[in-house]
Design a protein around this ligand. Structure first.
Ligand code: ATP
Length: 290
């Protein structure tokens, strides 16, 4: 049996961390969306062995049990009570450790694909419960559509589709450690973006209200160590984006544009300044299979 699936990158339009639980885990309130920029994952069953083997075209990825796709497959087999040999090949297009949830999306794509391949009939809620053991972004990625995410990441409430818009992404050449950034949340006072206003903007399909209410509590922490992020945000606005923000724990920033022509102009300008730039639209298809 063989499947090829697409694993889309995610953006955080709104990211609030209202508090840190006594066990150190974070309470989230996030508005997330998925975009066209995607990894491609081939999953093939093997009768010649019973291992889970990972292959990828990226030298930045671990090809062993540290790979989030591996962890997802192993937890899936634990849940369903059987195990078969698998080869998972990842074509990596989403920048790694960029705040775009690439690893989580790969893991979620594997969960969805295995559930379909073996006709195990697990609901999205059940796949999300497996996924949260891998990373707090995996439950969202199981749905891969615009959603409000709360709890420790496991409560996903799908929202109506976004109105037409384009994103221009720019990844500065810096490395950010997500665990280090999240650790600082417990001791740093951060601002809280207006998530309810953002939700109202989406509900009313009001582009201007959405753009006016994007926000990310982690931005102050990450930019303190990496001022380039602020510069890139300002450039995106200067080049014509209506709003700009960092995604996740960074360092990728995105600009929002209402039209494709404006987005292309912003993309062309930012490309001259940052050599990792992308242009993308919100993902419409919630379970992309190639
Ligand atoms: P986060 O969801 O924590 O914000 P991110 O989007 O910033 O993560 P990822 O690209 O998911 O970053 O990578 C985070 C880490 O996970 C990296 O150190 C990477 O080596 C590891 N990793 C394991 N498996 C994968 C995978 N399939 N794709 C990407 N990274 C992976």
């Amino acid at each position: 049996m063989k499947r090829i699936v697409r694993a889309p990158a995610k953006l955080n339009l709104g990211l609030d961390a209202p508090f840190v639980h006594p066990d150190g885990s974070i309470e989230w309130r996030m508005v997330m969306t998925s975009i066209g920029l995607s990894d491609h994952i081939q999953i093939e069953t093997k009768s010649s062995h019973s291992a889970i083997r990972i292959f990828s075209d990226s030298s930045f990825l671990p090809n062993d049990r540290r790979n989030l796709a591996y962890q997802a497959a192993r937890l899936f087999f634990d849940k369903v009570g059987f195990k078969v040999g698998l080869e998972i090949s990842i074509e990596k297009n989403i920048p790694v450790a960029a705040g775009l949830g690439g690893g989580s999306s790969d893991a979620a794509a594997v969960l969805r694909a295995l559930n379909e391949m073996f006709e195990t009939g697990l609901s999205f809620e059940e796949l999300a419960q497996i996924g949260v053991q891998v990373d707090s972004d995996v439950p969202y990625c199981v749905y891969s559509r615009t959603a409000l995410v709360s709890g420790r990441g496991e409560i996903v409430t799908p929202l109506t589709k976004l109105p037409k818009m384009w994103f221009v992404l720019a990844k500065p050449h810096v490395s950010v450690s997500t665990p280090k950034i999240l650790k600082q949340l417990a001791t740093t006072s951060v601002s809280h973006p207006p998530i309810d206003e953002l939700l109202a903007g989406i509900e009313n399909q009001d582009y201007d209200r959405i753009v006016a209410n994007i926000g990310n509590s982690l931005e102050e922490i990450t930019t303190a160590g990496h001022p380039q992020i602020k510069t890139l945000k300002s450039r995106l606005i200067e080049y014509g984006a209506d709003g700009s923000q960092m995604s996740g724990s960074g360092p990728t920033v995105f600009g929002i544009c209402r039209t494709e022509s404006r987005a292309r102009r912003v993309y062309n300008s930012i490309s001259g300044f940052c050599n990792e730039a992308y242009i993308s639209q919100p993902e419409c298809d919630s379970h992309p299979v190639i």
